[in-house]
Ligand binder design. Structure first.
Ligand code: FE
Ligand code: FE
Ligand code: ZN
Length: 296
């Protein structure tokens, strides 16, 4: 079954109910959200009554809980311990994020592994491992999904070697997995047209069973550019057919596919129309106009 959705908002007043309604408005059966602003770590209280209502709404509309993904704020950097206060704060924040997710019933948290900044890469990766081993508890009913990164700046987790190293050194292995991002893979040098050879290597080194989420984005930049700028499906350098082949790849069936493509004119979500393209397996050359017309 096609499991498709997008990034949706999560507001303090409507919480998960708002997120579910937004996902349904796009024709999605999966979604991803931040528990607050992605660029900060201020988080509100979770209202259990709203959560109960959200779970009911999901059940009525066939959105399974395992297809709901949380994204940790991208400012959390587990790789940098040059300021111990900041490093410990990041560890504590992620611990609390796990608890928030478990309160909501969410089982997958996407995490950018981190950036080395001025530190040596190997040392910085060991900081990530150390932090994850501090954060994860045996009783957690959660998987941290390390996202494949584009290689912008000093990002870590930019190839199979680095992801495999982290996973190999995390003690509670059932609580760590991977989130593939097609834009990031392209920008890191993986040709999405040859996704099966990437999956072969991934399977032998890490195991396809570790993939818990796939971000489906086109890219504004060429293969290997190390940029990380997402583009609407079919409007970038990866192209519609290559992305469709990822979405419908049999080896990736039953893994939620999440769109993080840019808004049109920065205000109109493209997801309803992109999900229609995906369901029809047909590129819509009038996507932008159709979205603008929808919002007239
Ligand atoms: Fe991400
Ligand atoms: Fe992503
Ligand atoms: Zn990105």
């Amino acid at each position: 079954m096609l499991i498709i959705g997008s990034h949706v908002s999560y507001k303090n007043d409507t919480q998960l109910v708002g997120s579910v309604k937004e996902a349904l408005s796009y024709g999605a059966n999966a979604f991803m959200f931040y528990t607050g602003a992605p660029q900060n770590t201020q988080r509100g209280e979770i209202n259990d009554l709203i959560t109960v209502e959200a779970l009911k709404l999901m059940k009525e509309n066939n959105i399974a809980l395992e297809n709901v993904i949380c994204h940790a704020p991208y400012i959390v950097n587990l790789a940098n311990n040059s300021d111990m206060d900041k490093y410990n704060f990041a560890i504590e924040f992620l611990r609390k994020e796990i608890e928030r997710c478990m309160t909501l019933g969410v089982r997958g948290i996407v995490l950018h592994p981190g950036s080395a900044t001025k530190l040596d890469r190997e040392y910085a990766i060991d900081n990530i491992v150390y932090a994850l081993n501090k954060i994860l508890m045996p009783e957690d009913n959660i998987v941290i999904l390390l996202e494949t990164m584009a290689g912008k700046g000093t990002e870590l987790g930019i190839n199979i070697d680095e992801l495999a190293y982290i996973i190999d050194h995390v003690e509670l292995k059932d609580k760590v997995g991977v989130c593939l991002d097609t834009c990031h893979l392209n920008d890191s040098g993986i040709d999405i047209n040859n996704i099966d050879s990437y999956l072969d290597e991934f399977d032998s080194r890490i195991g396809l069973n570790k993939i818990g989420c796939i971000h489906v984005n086109d890219s504004k930049n060429p293969l290997g550019s190390k940029k990380d700028r997402h583009e609407n499906l079919g409007y970038g350098t990866i192209g519609f057919d290559a992305i469709i082949n990822v979405i419908y790849n049999e080896r990736l069936a039953n893994i939620p596919k999440i769109l993080e493509t840019p808004y049109i004119d920065r205000i109109y979500a493209p997801y309803k129309h992109e999900i229609t393209m995906i369901k029809n397996k047909t590129f819509n050359p009038n996507l932008i106009n159709d979205i603008l017309n929808d919002n007239k």
